[in-house]
Ligand binder design. Sequence first.
Ligand code: ADP
Ligand code: MG
Length: 238
Amino acid sequence: MGRITLDKVSKSFGDVQVIPPLDLTIDDGEFTVFVGPSGCGKSTLLRLIAGLEDVSSGQIRIDKQDATYVPPAKRGLAMVFQSYALYPHMSVRKNIAFPMRMAKVPAEEQNRRIEAAANALNLTDYLDRRPGQLSGGQRQRVAIGRAIVREPSAFLFDEPLSNLDAALRVGMRLEISELHERLETTMIYVTHDQVEAMTMADKIVVLQAGVIEQVGSPLELYHTPRNKFVAGFIGSPK
Ligand code: ADP
Ligand code: MG
């Protein structure tokens, strides 16, 4: 569960092609980072995988099934945004429960998953608070908790830490890496931050203007960057 394949996927907005046809395979359980400068198409690529945008051409497969025209809620993926997108009038518990309520998960099972997620994310003491009563890091944990309880086959993160201050960001990176080790679920993580890419990824996809410049492990990219752009962006000496 959690293998994602893009086959000649492209995306245009009107006359502007922001992603020329590209191929990409994300293996089951892998932590893949999409990295590249602002405007290079990272979010668009993630939204295509999530189904929040339709492809202009090509095919998306999730676990060997053609998912190209499957609606977002049926893809078995969970997306975590930079802006948290929490409901301010609901408690943490209700925010986390929300996707399960929509999916009509039985109440006992909802409680079991909420306890497990709260435990994993150190939120047990905050379940009855509202988002406004939490720190930025805690809010981001609630957003992640809301993704976990869906038991997705993959997590999609779009710059989830860019609203946090530098010190908090380092801690949250570690938490997300630990979560990946614990769950062993596929994670795709979008960032423009090279340090995040190098420290978190199993595999890095370097994008420039919608084109994949190179795919490889952090060490591969560092030691054998394919071109000047990758070398410059990754901070390799070559
Ligand atoms: P990134 O996440 O890497 O910063 P995006 O995927 O958000 O980049 O954007 C890639 C390009 O596509 C940008 O030029 C952006 O202006 C354009 N774009 C993104 N979404 C839309 C949209 N809904 N309509 C028109 N252009 C868009
Ligand atoms: Mg973006």
